[in-house]
Ligand binder design. Structure first.
Ligand code: TMP
Length: 212
């Protein structure tokens, strides 16, 4: 089926606690969509390849210290610097699978005690996702997974607060995915949900702005 003019890709965001499986699911999803003939690309935030991303990476590795509001704004700036690229890809019919987005920004910073409305403000006007998938796993389960504990936020008590922030942030449009199942089961469910949205966006659903 050919893409008519005006047909665009879908903006799909995966969110969840550290070690919930987002990163492997994002990669599998891109591959699945490509195989089914729907062009798709992976984005992830933080994008550590930019100058701002390197500052974020150094903070996460505890190689630098930054004020809570400063790092919050850097995470947001790191999304803004990709906004126009993301928009042009979407308008060219490419579906974007995004591993973390503004919701991570708000969930992690508000878990430190920053006001939620203050946290949302700098991300207002970014592209709004067509679909948010929340990979649901308990903080305890996530902490038992390999590789946990390496970076600044990977601590059980903090992740419990992040889980609470996500609960406040999410609305009825989010799809909650039980991430305690096998990688293959989760992958299959995600693929089926996303295919529906990709088709809707190709049929002309318009792009909108986040939190405006
Ligand atoms: P990553 O492990 O997905 O690369 O993310 C690195 C950490 O940064 C993770 O603990 C979540 C956190 N984070 C924020 O605090 N704010 C943000 O805006 C984003 C995108 C991630």
């Amino acid at each position: 089926d050919n893409c008519k003019s005006g047909c665009r890709g879908a903006l799909v965001v995966l969110e969840g606690l550290d070690r919930c499986g987002k990163t492997s699911q994002s990669a599998r999803l891109v591959k699945n969509l490509d195989e089914l003939g729907y062009p798709a690309e992976l984005f992830r935030f933080p994008d550590r390849n930019t100058v701002i991303g390197q500052m974020i990476s150094s903070y996460l590795n505890s190689d630098s210290q930054l004020d809570d509001r400063t790092i919050h704004l850097l995470f947001s700036a790191n999304r803004w610097e990709k906004r126009s690229l993301m928009e042009s890809k979407l308008r060219n019919g490419i579906t974007l699978i995004v591993d973390r987005y503004a919701y991570s920004g708000v969930a992690f910073s508000s878990a430190k005690g920053l006001d939620i409305e203050w946290c949302k403000a700098p991300d207002m006007g970014l592209l709004a996702p067509d679909l948010v998938l929340y990979l649901d796993i308990s903080p305890e389960k996530a902490s038992e997974r390999g590789g946990y504990g390496g970076e600044r936020y990977e601590q059980l008590e903090f992740q419990k607060k992040v889980a609470k922030s996500y609960e406040i942030l999410r609305d009825a449009s989010w799809k909650i995915i039980d991430a305690n199942r096998t990688v293959e089961d989760v992958q299959e469910q995600i693929r089926d949900i996303v295919l529906d949205y990709v088709k809707t966006c190709r049929n002309g659903k318009s792009l909108s702005q986040l939190w405006l």
